[in-house]
Design a protein around this ligand. Structure first.
Ligand code: CMP
Length: 140
């Protein structure tokens, strides 16, 4: 992933509640350009693979069950300082602790149903982006 890109994934709670459009508008209003996007669904094996770093955590099975419970929308976004700025825009993992005005505060409900995922580093954004998109789709 280029330095000015990040990866994000809108989770099933948002899509099923019909808030996808509002979140995409928020993302664009905050200066992020959408480079790649798809509406898709994970199999259990794919979800386990995507979240393999958390496999020893107590919440892992709950997280996997939730992530396969409905459609998701992975995206690659572009903006200067994208990884850090997008983490600020989504807020803390727990929506109850996330700052007012953040996406998780507004649309999330629990630590599992927290509306959206975002990469925590440029290196991870590359790994996560290529999990969902081909090089051709990413224009690289
Ligand atoms: P995400 O950004 O997708 O990365 C890992 C996910 O694990 C995280 O968002 C949360 O949905 C979930 N998660 C992290 N910590 C906890 C926790 N303490 N309890 C339940 N779920 C968690």
């Amino acid at each position: 992933m280029q330095n000015n890109r990040t990866f994000t994934l809108i989770k099933p709670d948002v899509v099923l509640k019909g808030h996808l459009g509002e979140i995409m508008q928020t993302i664009q209003d905050n200066g992020f350009k959408i480079i790649a996007l798809k509406l898709t669904r994970l199999s259990r094996v794919e979800a386990m693979d995507f979240y393999h770093l958390h496999k020893e955590k107590s919440f892992y099975n709950t997280l996997i069950d939730f992530m396969i419970s409905g459609p998701i929308v992975p995206m690659v976004l572009e903006k200067e300082n994208a990884v850090e700025d997008f983490r600020k825009l989504i807020g803390a993992t727990d929506p109850q602790e996330a700052a007012f005005g953040t996406i998780r505060r507004k649309f999330g409900s629990t630590k599992t149903k927290n509306a959206i995922h975002a990469s925590d580093s440029i290196a991870n954004s590359e790994i996560e982006g290529s999990f969902y998109f081909s090089k051709r789709e990413l224009f690289v």
